[in-house]
Write a protein that binds this ligand. Structure first.
Ligand code: DGL
Length: 259
């Protein structure tokens, strides 16, 4: 048994979509969330820079006593998790676009994926899509501009709607029946996407899978907290804390920290 917190980081507020699933499944676990909004978006940055930022976040979470780290960012996972696993002793959980379930379940043989440039150009993403995308048309779309709007609290803005329409139009034209959200910020766009996509399109993200994997790894390492405890959740932002508070929509401690 281990009551140390689980560390979670993302390029900003988006990874709270992953934190939410972890907290729902493991309410007895304490968590420390780092929103690296100051450096958002990670998506257009090169691999080296994404690795550097991931190291900075990891070292802060280790300093704060975290027993396991969830890289709640597809861009950081696909570019940096290998380096992190090789260089730090704590277990890491990553998040990757859910290509596999979409490719296995599609009936129209066409799926869409919306992700950042950093994720779509990564070696890890190509490996996964080559492995499971056989015979399936995968329409890849970089969600340029979406993360900055979310980080600015503009989820329901006309600019957002226009960008989403533009990005999903080629997918609709190709008759996709699954849309994979390959960025942890994008689950916050699901209500809007549902109004823009045909009814038969299923939207999938990786939040629940990451939460289950976190539970499995905690158990494997015998570092779960006792279920009789209640976890304490702390959130740090190096950007605008009010945006993080707004997206959480609950009364949690959000602190400003320069990291
Ligand atoms: N939320 C992140 C992801 O899952 C990063 C988005 C970005 O900073 O560009 O990819």
């Amino acid at each position: 048994m281990n009551t140390s917190p689980i560390g979670i980081f993302d390029s900003g507020v988006g990874g709270t979509s992953i934190w939410r699933e972890i907290h729902k499944l493991l309410p007895h676990e304490s968590t420390i969330y780092l929103a690296d909004s100051k450096n958002a978006p990670y998506g257009p940055k090169g691999k080296q820079k994404i690795v550097e930022l991931s190291i900075k976040n990891t070292e802060l979470l280790i300093e704060k006593g975290c027993k396991l780290i969830v890289v709640a960012c597809n861009t950081a996972t696909t570019n940096a998790i290998r380096y992190l696993r090789e260089n730090y002793d704590v277990p890491f959980i990553g998040i990757e676009p859910a290509i596999k379930p979409a490719a296995l379940q599609t009936k129209s043989n066409a799926i869409g994926i919306l992700a950042t440039k950093g994720t779509l150009s990564s070696e890890l993403f190509h490996k996964t899509s080559d492995l499971y995308g056989n015979g399936v048309t995968i329409i890849e779309q970089i969600g340029e501009g979406l993360v900055p709007l979310i980080e600015n609290g503009e989820i329901n803005s006309p600019e957002m709607e226009n960008l989403l329409k533009l990005y999903i139009q080629p997918m609709i034209a190709t008759n996709i029946d699954y849309l994979v959200l390959g960025c942890s910020h994008y689950p916050y766009l699901i209500p809007k996407l549902q109004t823009l996509l045909p009814k038969h399109v299923t939207i999938i993200d990786s939040g629940i899978a990451v939460a289950k994997q976190t539970q499995t790894i905690l158990e494997q390492h015998s570092i779960s907290a006792p279920t009789s405890t209640t976890g304490n959740c702390i959130f740090y932002s190096n950007g605008k804390p009010e945006i993080l508070r707004d997206i959480l929509q609950e009364d949690y401690t959000v602190e400003t920290l320069d990291f």
